[in-house]
Design a protein around this ligand. Structure first.
Ligand code: TYD
Ligand code: MG
Length: 452
């Protein structure tokens, strides 16, 4: 009998160690080490068994340089995030919170790719549930075959024998290799299952889309360890309570990772949002202090968003700072700059910042709008409704120039804004397109310009 050896594996980064740690030495996360039975030899043997092509070295000139073939998913937003469609033979991982719409988008892709033979493997839902969803989304595609199976080896046999054009796996956490004794969803199972699916798919050049669950507690393996294996990683973001969903590529071997796709969840599934700025600004309150519109750049696309700030008297000694959709540490920095360089005091105030619409912005170009929203709330003075502000705020309180200023101005003008507050250095080279352009050097100047 083989000797059973147990190891501790981090569910976040996959770090292995013979003993348990409270904090993973690999990635520094707490409480992510889980005990597992080590059986990688068997696991990799099963991969060898399934991988039929022996890869011989070739010279670079021997490799064909034809454009990779891509399938149009029927969604422009998704195509753009993928870099132009699903590449043949690629493995795409789709991550996101439960209920965000992962299964829905897979089913909708099946609907628009109705000419392809698609194998949809679900380990989560029954055939009946899938049928109900398909009916709701009006999918009646004869080339779509549904399989409710959790044994990866059976799935791979099916892929080998029927050679579909596209495979969907929902979700990887439910898939398992029977030979491995660890339970479904454990790191070993997830990793080995993905490996096996990938090798099978690559052998036949079949693209695969895999759903992966994210789990902060680490009780099931998050898709983090898979990110190294797959070609493309997409994340669905957004507030479940709101209809707006944002699809973002965090890794893409076949395209840029800057692009985002914007969708809206409706009663007939996900719909693309062609004009995200308009959607982000819908429901904006008028004549209220603490709300400012800014323009951030997501990939190649400028998007207008509303930034809300709230400053209130703190009832505790330690004032609260909270930010949604924006980096907390950067907010602390901006508050420090507001105090030290511009003379707006927040030391006994709670300060909240919210980026409306569930978008997460990491671009420094939104700094200026965040400062404007906070000052507006502090002074209880509304800013001009027709104004947009963007610019990076430096530690000396200076407003620094940002990239693609012209594109941002055009988007603002397109949506009817006619006063644009931007960094002084950007203002010199801008075509105003009929709007009033105000180049500012510091925060005080900017607030004067935006409030009158
Ligand atoms: P689902 O795709 O099942 O989420 P995931 O696979 O990411 O867990 O989507 C679930 C949510 O979407 C659920 O709350 C119902 C909602 N929904 C709609 O609003 N409209 C629809 O047409 C569909 C199919 C789902
Ligand atoms: Mg699902």
């Amino acid at each position: 009998m083989a000797k059973i050896k147990s190891v501790f594996v981090c569910s976040d980064c996959g770090y292995e160690s013979p003993k348990w740690y409270g904090k993973c030495p690999g990635c520094g996360e707490w409480n992510t080490m889980q005990e597992e039975i080590k059986e990688t030899v068997k696991g990799s043997a099963s991969i060898k068994k399934h991988s039929s092509i022996y890869s011989k070295p070739v010279t670079v000139s021997e490799i064909s340089t034809e454009d990779e073939e891509r399938f149009d998913t029927g969604f422009n937003e998704l195509n753009r995030v993928l870099g132009g469609g699903i590449v043949k033979g690629s493995l795409v991982l789709l991550g996101g919170d439960p209920g965000i719409g992962k299964s829905t988008i897979l089913m909708q892709i099946c609907k628009s790719l109705s000419t392809l033979n698609i194998l949809y493997v679900s380990g989560e839902e029954s055939k009946r549930q899938l049928k109900l969803r398909a009916d709701r989304l009006e999918v009646n595609n004869d080339n779509l075959r549904i399989m409710t199976e959790t044994d990866v080896e059976i799935v791979c046999e099916e892929i080998k024998s029927s050679k579909p054009d596209l495979v969907m796996i929902d979700s990887i956490q439910t898939m398992m290799i029977k030979e491995l004794s660890s339970s479904a969803g454990s790191i070993t199972q997830v990793r080995e299952s993905t490996n096996l699916i990938m090798h099978t798919a690559k052998d036949f050049d079949i693209p695969v889309m895999v759903v992966g669950h994210v789990n902060k507690e680490g009780s099931i393996a998050g898709p983090k360890v898979l990110e190294h294996i797959v070609d493309t990683v997409l994340y669905f973001e957004g507030d479940k309570q709101m209809s707006c969903r944002i699809l973002r590529a965090v890794k893409n071997r076949f395209g840029s990772t800057n692009e985002i796709g914007v969708f809206e969840m409706t009663d007939k599934g996900l719909k693309e949002v062609a004009n995200p700025s308009q959607m982000m600004l819908s429901g904006r309150p008028k004549g209220v202090s603490g709300t400012v519109v800014t323009c951030s750049l997501e990939g190649t696309r400028p998007i207008l968003t509303e930034i809300q700030g709230l400053a209130t008297q703190s009832s505790y000694g330690n004032p609260r700072r909270m930010s949604t959709g924006f980096d907390y540490n950067r907010l602390s920095m901006l508050l420090a700059v507001l105090e030290k360089r511009a003379g707006y005091y927040f030391n006994n105030m709670d300060a909240y910042v919210n980026i409306v619409g569930g978008l997460r912005i990491d671009e420094p170009a939104v700094d200026l709008a965040i400062c404007m929203a906070l000052i507006s709330s502090l002074k209880d003075t509304p800013v001009l409704e027709n104004a947009v502000a963007f610019g990076e705020v430096g530690l000396a309180g200076e407003i620094r120039s940002v990239s693609q200023a012209q594109q941002r101005v055009s988007e603002a003008v397109r949506l009817g804004f006619d006063k644009i507050i931007l960094p002084y250095h950007n203002a010199k080279t801008i075509d105003n397109m009929g709007a009033e352009i105000v180049g500012v050097k510091n925060l005080r100047q900017a607030f004067e310009a935006i409030s009158e």
